[in-house]
Design a protein around this ligand. Structure first.
Ligand code: PEP
Ligand code: MG
Length: 629
């Protein structure tokens, strides 16, 4: 989470959000409704649908006036405030540990034990206390200084243990600072009051970070608004995977909204409304009911086959981030798992999961998808997914730098362990399952050959160890333009291809997928992207190599129709969208999709293509408009 500084008030160290105190009783909650309405337009519609609920704001945490030193009395008061915040943090960590242990098990919960150990480390707390007492610094400023110190230290240290602890330390500091400001507590209190009124929450944050994921499970979160992030940021992917309407890139939303406000998230248009008038709210509640009803209706039919109006069968699979997702995918009618993003196993693990832990996890995912195909992708970190103990380095261009397969190559033992774990999970009971092994961000033929040699080596090691395993198809994720250009040569080395359009689009358009300022450029329906997709799919077909697309556009109706027109018959998407795409497919014929694609490939601008596709979709499936475009 960015350690941005908020403007301070004239009251010195008092948090700048002092007048953001949430209402304490129902009368005050009613007052909130009388605050002036605000409409924030221009956000990115990242997860479709409409949601209405009470704001639950997660704010920046290092709030305080650092420039003015405290006097002696204030310093002692500040020390008490810090100690109280530490105590609350300790209680928090105990509670979270227990909750995660109950819900997810020992492995995921152990991270919070590590956090407790950091909190109780005398060196950690002695520094902050010294800066408060001797340097007369406000506690938030002291915490921010501590985080800065650790970050600098770890950036240059070669001590692996210290490096591994950075993310944990950062989490603990953020947690204490949250209590210190009382912001989180008061926001939580408001959200709890809202819950007392039986109303669900709209999560509002600067950015959505992995630890917020737990919160999604804890609270009745029906909508998400963030200040940063684009359509394919991992926060957006998370929202979509849970079918939660979301808007990102809404600058200043945390200044406009207070916890307890009534908020409408319009994930179709990228609009957020705060405390709208009665008529507007009623209209949106109606749309929200229609959205939920339509989604439920489609889900009821999710067992029906994925087949077009003219009888063309299509494979609709699920993108998953863990075993729980794998279990949820089948009931949504997915034909298997087209992308298992294994990095979430690493993101939620206190240190590197060993081969055995990985094996058990992949085996569980395989068993959760009985008689279905499952494609497991090796670790894809870097870019916007940071793991402190691996790939944590400061880079000017993290998406173009040391990420993904490039990191795996530099850690051969670790890479081999992951490959072995997948090969073993492909034959958990000695009988081979339909498992495929996929490698992210492959750029050159040399890399593909190197991957093959790693796979052979992993196989040899398993033979030597006399451990059961299965040979599996080895494929690449097509997400780098260079790989798209030389796809014919890469296919000589690969058994299958999966198009990672989230990255492919950002690299083709040179527009960061997480940066809302360039989201208009990061557009999959641009003529250049469509030309490249057409070329890749046609080349795979000519070489008779299976090709899938597992980027977010697989579930975007405009793009789906065009990809179907390109002859693509295998897609992987957030499970929540499988029923929606099935419904669209039922209304489509190959003839119509071909004709649409032909027209679109003649067009010169993205705007023209979008307009035309919207007209077509209005004719093909007008009822699906609210479920995304
Ligand atoms: C992609 O890039 O399209 C993809 C599916 O991978 P990720 O979103 O995890 O980078
Ligand atoms: Mg990718």
């Amino acid at each position: 989470m960015a350690a941005k500084r908020k403007p301070t008030t004239s009251s010195g160290n008092k948090p700048a959000v002092g007048n953001d105190a949430p209402p304490r009783d129902k009368a005050a909650l009613r007052d909130v409704r009388r605050r002036p309405p605000a409409v924030l337009r221009g956000g990115n519609a990242v997860s479709p649908g409409v949601a209405v609920g009470r704001a639950y704001c997660i704010r920046d945490i290092f709030i305080g006036d650092e420039s003015r030193p405290l006097d002696d009395t204030a310093a002692l008061r500040e020390l008490d405030r810090y100690d109280a915040a530490r105590e609350r943090t300790a209680a928090d960590l105990k509670a979270v540990y227990k909750k995660v242990l109950d819900q997810l098990g020992e492995q995921q919960a152990s991270i919070f034990l590590a956090h407790e150990a950091i909190l109780h480390d005398p060196a950690f707390t002695a520094k902050v206390r010294t800066w408060i007492v001797d340097s007369k610094q406000a506690a938030p400023a002291a915490l921010q200084r501590l985080l800065g110190e650790y970050t600098d230290l770890f950036a240059y240290t070669t001590d692996e243990f210290l490096k591994e602890r950075l993310a944990d330390i950062r989490d603990v500091i953020i947690r204490i600072a949250g209590h210190l400001n009382e912001t989180e507590r008061s926001d939580e209190a408001a959200a709890d009051e809202a819950a007392l009124e039986g109303e669900p929450n709209i999560l509002i944050a600067g950015e959505l970070v992995p630890s917020h994921v737990f919160m999604l499970g804890d609270r009745d979160v029906v909508g998400i608004v963030t200040e940063t992030g684009g359509r394919t940021s991992h926060a957006a992917i998370l929202a979509r995977s849970r079918g939660i309407p979301a808007v990102s890139g809404v600058e200043g939303v945390l200044q406009k909204a207070m916890s307890g406000d009534i908020v409408v998230v319009d994930g179709r248009e990228g609009v957020v409304l705060i405390n709208p008038d009665y008529e507007t709210l009623t209209a949106y509640r109606k749309i929200q009911r229609e959205f939920v009803h339509l989604r439920d209706q489609l889900t009821e039919h999710c067992d029906e086959p994925a087949i077009s109006a003219c009888g063309q069968k299509v494979q609709l699979m699920a993108n998953i981030s863990g075993v729980a997702d794998a279990k949820a995918a089948c009931p949504m009618g997915a034909a298997g798992v087209g992308l298992y993003r294994t990095e979430y196993l690493f993101l939620t693990h206190p240190d590197v999961p060993d081969e055995e832990e990985q094996y058990q996890n992949y085996r569980d995912a395989v068993e959760a998808s009985p008689n279905r195909s499952i494609t497991i992708r090796t670790l894809d970190v870097g870019g916007d997914k940071k793991i402190a103990y691996i790939g944590e380095s400061r880079e000017a261009n993290p998406f173009m730098g040391w990420r993904s397969i490039r990191i795996s190559f530099e850690h051969p033992q670790f890479f081999l362990a992951q490959i072995r774990a997948v090969l073993r999970a492909a034959a958990p009971d000695g009988r081979p399952k339909d498992v495929r092994l996929m490698f992210p961000m492959v750029t050159t033929v040399e890399e593909m050959r190197k991957i093959r040699s790693f796979v052979h080596k992993a196989e040899r090691q398993l033979v030597e160890r006399k451990v059961p395993y299965a040979r599996v198809p080895v494929g690449l994720m097509l997400e780098v333009p260079a790989a798209a250009v030389s796809i014919d040569v890469l296919l000589e080395e690969a058994d299958f291809v999966s198009i990672g359009s989230n990255d492919l689009v950002q690299y083709l358009m040179a527009a960061d997928r997480d940066n809302p300022k360039v989201s208009a450029l990061c557009e999959p329906l641009s003529p250049a992207v469509l030309q490249v997709l057409t070329h890749v799919i046609a080349t795979c077909h000519a070489a008779q190599k299976p090709v899938t697309l597992c980027g977010e556009i697989a579930a975007m109706p405009r793009a789906f129709v065009l990809l179907f027109g390109m002859g693509l018959r295998s897609f992987s998407m957030s499970p929540a969208f499988v029923p929606v795409v099935k419904e669209l497919l039922r209304r489509l014929t190959t003839e119509r999709a071909d004709a649409i694609l032909k027209q679109v490939l003649k067009m010169r601008t993205t705007a023209q293509i979008i307009r035309y596709m919207d007209e077509q979709l209005q004719e093909i499936a007008p009822n699906l408009a609210m479920l995304g475009s």
